[in-house]
Design a protein around this ligand. Sequence first.
Ligand code: ADP
Ligand code: MG
Length: 510
Amino acid sequence: MGKVGVALAAGCAVAACVVAAVMVGRTVRRRSGWRRVLRVLEELEEGCATPVGRLRQVVDAMAVEMHAGLASEGGSKLKMLLTFIHNLPTGNEKGIYYALDLGGTNFRVLRVKLGGERSSITELDVDRKPIPQHLMTSTTEELFDFIATSLKDFVEKEENVPEPSQGERRELGFTFSFPFKQISSSSGTLIKWTKGFSIEDMVGRDVSQCLQEAMSRKGLDMRVTALINDTVGTLALGHYHDEDTVAAVIIGTGTNACYLERADAIIKCQGLLTTSGSMVVNMEWGNFWSSHLPRTSYDVDLDADSPNPNDQGFEKMISGMYLGDIVRRVILRMSLESDVFGLISSKLHVPFILRTPMIAAMHEDDSPNLEEVGRILQDTLEISEVPLNVRKLVVKVCDVVTCRAARLAAAGIVGILKKIGRDGSGGITNAKSKGGGSMKMKRTVVAVEGGLYTNYTMFREYLNEAMVQILGDDVASHVIIKATEDGSGIGASLLAASHSASSSSTSSGI
Ligand code: ADP
Ligand code: MG
């Protein structure tokens, strides 16, 4: 070896030592980073834990809050709104009915033909249209003229649909998914706009009347016979298919529930006259709160950063709008506390960048290398070359957040069942006298709909599993969670039928 060779060899040895030292240092740092990240995960798991004992506390709290909300106006964070819907579709409804579903950027017009038997929708025609952006902030007349015109076009395009007979009018169920105060089953006044709508002159006005007037202006002879929100539509559709349906839950972008209550249990409205002795109550359960809910620092921060702090606490733990953002906050924290995700991606600071369908896709990635997880981390969060163990960590975070959401939703459902004495315990007022046991349990169906529940298999499985854990095998075998689809559209047309003035349909369905 010449001089150059020796120098080169020595240089290489030094370089090798440096590389080795750097690598050791990195391993040590990575290890401690890994330890810190596991600590974050552990804390998350502890904070989100929903053992069955805790779920039962949530069940009890839900039932208690329902009582309080029914006892007096403002008695609970649960508004427990009266709907004045006493009659749910029975299957006897017959004829052609319309529905209008207005709840966001799109609105839909539907026509159904009902055959006079349970589950006999013989024809269904749907037309979907976007609401032009400028109409969302224009005037009541402009918005409703547009809607009435679309309805009229829909009717005029009909083929092979007989005209209403002499003295009869077309009838319409209107699903209006904004906060409104119900006055009767077919009327109510707007409390406030949400979801980007802002038409000041409409606040306080009767929603059905606004539509009715626009239809007259456009020369369309149609009568609004039911004004509802989407949860009530889901209950109506569930009941149409299965008369044992007593409650409905929506788990989509947001979450809400409604159920059938005995009129005499609605204390805040004493002497309520009902034909059936019952009324559908819209719980607005997204606003439920209890100290038993497992709350983490991520929930506290998400709430504080939201446009409606201290509002919709239950919804913020459960619904599709928020799950992705909780996961983003956990990954951000892991990223800040360790280097397992490499340099901190600026994308991790962007609220709502990680959508709930992405959480579902990562959670349900069954490829050996978790390729979908890698792809979403790369494409959405700009975190590249994430090793397999870190991908697994991300899946685990999705699992913890989704599992808590689904189990809390299950506890909420059992809370409703408890309130109406369908949880096998005899209700919270006289649990002892009635006794429990499956012998007395009536078959009980809860209709559930919404994109989170229908599209996210793991969410559904966790929810079903928790139902059985809370209720026990015997009682749970009498409780059926049934997925419905398009309650907000079809359900409204069914209620138009069961509230029909001309009614060939009998509808004392409760
Ligand atoms: P909305 O609640 O807005 O009326 P949907 O009931 O269709 O509409 O629910 C849509 C919501 O469901 C989305 O905002 C999303 O949070 C959630 N979602 C949709 N698809 C999936 C999916 N594949 N996995 C998980 N969540 C989903
Ligand atoms: Mg919806």
